[in-house]
Design a protein. Structure first.
Lengths: 385, 263
């Protein structure tokens, strides 16, 4: 029986761990302060084939699967959560095409996404509605061979740097919430599409989070993914998969903070002994270790369950939907808790920027919010019981 | 062009080393293994020749089954195939024993160049590469920080104190690699490389396959014995001298003379 990583997955883990230590960690603090998107990191992901992990081989990907993707995001996020997000968000933006694209669309779009030559983003959230998807307003109206998009999206990760954006827009305002929208592929440079305000954030500070503006934006009809009323289902299924990326990011943040906290607790002395020997600190670290490992196992297990699922619009079971929501919710909560405790273990030094745990605590917060808040995750979990 | 890279699996430089109960070797039970960093430079150099000259790169390693992992890492970096000599009789070999096995393996292979690290970071003996060159009867270019191949010749540079020497040899030749991570910047095993690695040919050989008698290698044939191994002493706490400057200087001189015995 196999209940372990495969040889390839272990090699990938070793490789990314090393790459993260050597090439990502050294600039993490600076990038956090600057808050500027770093194309060098994009180049690093490209060079090492980390954008196409879960993409099918026939479209130029590695076909290595969800677990390999999660391992990669985790290892990158241990040292820099915004770098882990480069990979996770690329998967999120590309998933609608993998799941609902027709053969022509997949052949046209996926190969350049698989190599990372093109970057992807996913645009769902709007100023007026985030969790409440039924109240989204961005409109798409058919006009001959085009759809005319009007509206705004906000908080879109990679929105300003992506070449390909999968955009959720209402096609029939009269229809019910789960039958009223479609997902479109909007390519950078499409007339009527522009990038608005860039957000200044608490954490993942160098990740590109922007507003997207659509003003009579003419999207060719061949960029409609699936059917005009299929958007809700495409978006839901996309998020079921992509939440595992956020979950892995959260596990990575927790694991990174834990590593620093343990090392510090062995070095730092108070009252004549390393602080890890004070039971109050030792037990805290024990609890942090347990929760991090439990979250990791849930995420890995869920990824393994998602691995054999076909990348199409076939239905997935409530159990699998729940597993994904639980993975994201638990890991997000664990990341927030573990990083907060890590700051505590560091005492005053945890609160200043010379040490990375305060950044990790700020980075952790987003994992409880995006790709469905943890309240929404609990709703999903409860509704599938 | 055929390039063979001799590659050794060694304990991770970040692993906490424990001495085995026998006092002569290290306890390998909880060790994480990596490719010897200097061999990694050799792999990188070979892969550059693969890119520029279409060289066929073969990895040759001697070691137990776990060394397959190190060969696979090099295959994932881009090497074409691998050979592992895995035979319990080789255990405990000294540098000469290892060189004999590797030289025997080379005899059945085609090559224009043999590459390896100038030393392995575990035993730090700096010997195997040179011995393999000697046993194979080919020239050895040592501690390269760059390599060029043209007109049947290999040319390397090696740093000297504040200067550089350029050496050239007719191929076939063996080159040992020096320098540092920043000099070679060896590539990572990319994900597409990792996915392909398992499909690349990896042959396993025993001493019998190579026509080497077990009597020539292993611990009993070793001309050099490790008699003991020890960890460095833990650093002692510093000492602060008391008194006025004159007294402190006197006391310091006395300590350096009598205790540290350095002056
Ligand atoms: C840095 C960053 C990056 C982002 N990246 C993207 C992206 O790439 N693409 C994209 O589309 N979006 C993105 N988002 C948006 C994000 O997904 C939303 O912010 C999130 O889904 C919450 O929506 P909201 O902000 O409108 O909050 P609201 O929906 O207004 O929620 C406010 C609060 O009410 C709670 N709440 C709402 N409804 C319920 C309910 N029924 N029961 C219980 N509690 C409820 C929520 O949990 C939350 O605590 C990003 C956000 C940030 C901050």
């Amino acid at each position: 029986m196999q209940y372990d990583l495969t040889e390839e997955q272990r090699m990938l883990q070793n490789m990314v761990r090393r790459l993260a230590k050597e090439k990502v960690e050294p600039g993490a603090a600076r990038r956090d302060v600057d808050g500027e998107f770093d194309w060098e990191m994009v180049e690093l992901m490209r060079e090492n084939g980390l954008y196409g992990i879960d993409f099918p081989e026939i479209y130029g990907g590695s076909g290595a699967g969800m677990l390999a993707m999660a391992i990669t995001v985790e290892e990158l996020s241990k040292v820099d959560a915004a770098c882990g997000l480069l990979v996770a968000d690329h998967e999120l933006g590309s998933l609608p095409i993998m799941l609902a694209g027709n053969e022509e669309q997949k052949q046209r779009l996926l190969p350049r996404l698989a190599t990372g030559e093109h970057l992807a983003a996913f645009a769902l959230t709007e100023p007026a509605a985030g969790s409440d998807v039924a109240h989204l307003r961005c409109r798409a109206v058919k006009d001959g061979d085009f759809y005319i998009l009007n509206g705004r999206k906000n908080f879109i990760t990679n929105g300003g740097v992506a070449d390909i954006i999968t955009v959720y827009a209402v096609t029939d305002p009269e229809a019910k919430g789960h039958r009223n929208a479609a997902v479109f592929v909007v390519e950078k440079g499409t007339p009527g599409f522009s990038v608005g305000k860039k957000e200044d954030k608490l954490g993942i500070r160098w990740s590109d989070t922007v507003e997207l503006i659509f003003e009579d934006c003419r999207v060719p009809a061949e960029n409609l993914l699936g059917q005009e009323d299929e958007g809700f289902h495409i978006m839901m299924k996309t998020l079921n998969f992509s939440r595992l990326g956020v979950a892995a990011q959260a596990v990575g943040i927790a694991a990174g903070a834990l590593e620093h906290a343990v090392a510090y607790a062995k070095e730092r002395e108070s009252f004549g002994t390393p602080i890890i020997r004070h039971q109050g600190v030792g037990f805290k670290l024990a609890e942090m270790t347990m929760r991090t490992e439990a979250a990791r196992q849930l995420v890995y297990k869920t990824c393994a369950l998602y691995e054999p699922l076909p990348k199409d619009m076939s239905r997935i079971s409530p159990e699998l939907i729940r597993m994904s929501a639980m993975s994201k919710c638990l890991s997000g909560d664990v990341a927030m808790w573990v990083t907060t405790e890590a700051v505590q273990v560091f005492g005053g030094y945890g609160y200043i920027k010379e040490f990375p745990v305060e950044r990790m605590m700020r980075d952790a917060k987003i994992t409880q919010i995006y790709e469905g808040t943890n309240e929404i995750m609990r709703l999903i979990i409860a509704n599938t019981l | 062009m055929d390039v063979i890279v001799l590659l050794k699996q060694v304990p991770d430089t970040e692993t906490k080393i424990k001495i085995d109960a026998d006092g002569k070797s290290i306890d390998t039970s909880d060790i994480k293994w990596i490719v010897n960093p200097y061999d990694e430079y050799a792999v990188e150099a070979a892969l550059r020749l693969q890119e520029s000259d279409g060289a066929m790169v073969t990895i040759l390693s001697m070691g137990p089954e776990r060394a397959v992992e190190a060969i696979r890492t090099a295959l994932a970096m881009g090497a074409d195939k691998g050979v592992l000599v895995d035979d319990p009789a080789t255990e405990g070999s000294d540098a000469l024993g290892k060189a004999k096995v590797l030289a025997a393996a080379l005899r059945s292979m085609d090559f224009d160049l043999v590459f390896c690290g100038h030393r392995a970071v575990d035993d730090d003996e700096n010997q195997v590469g040179i011995m393999v060159a000697e046993l194979t009867g080919i020239p050895h270019l040592g501690m390269a920080v760059s390599i060029e191949v043209a007109d049947g010749k290999a040319r390397i540079e090696r740093p000297l104190e504040g200067a550089k020497v350029t050496l050239e040899a007719t191929m076939p030749a063996l080159v040992t690699f020096g320098g540092a991570h920043a000099v070679w910047n060896p590539r990572y095993a990319s994900l597409p490389g990792i996915m392909k690695a398992k499909k690349k040919p990896l042959e396993q050989k025993t001493l019998a396959d190579l026509g080497v008698s077990p009597d020539e290698v292993g611990a009993q044939a070793a001309k050099m014995q490790v008699t003991s191994m020890g960890l460095p002493k833990e650093r002692q706490a510093g000492r602060v001298l008391e008194g006025d400057t004159d007294e402190k200087a006197k006391e310091l001189t006395r300590l350096l003379h009598e205790e540290a015995k350095v002056i």
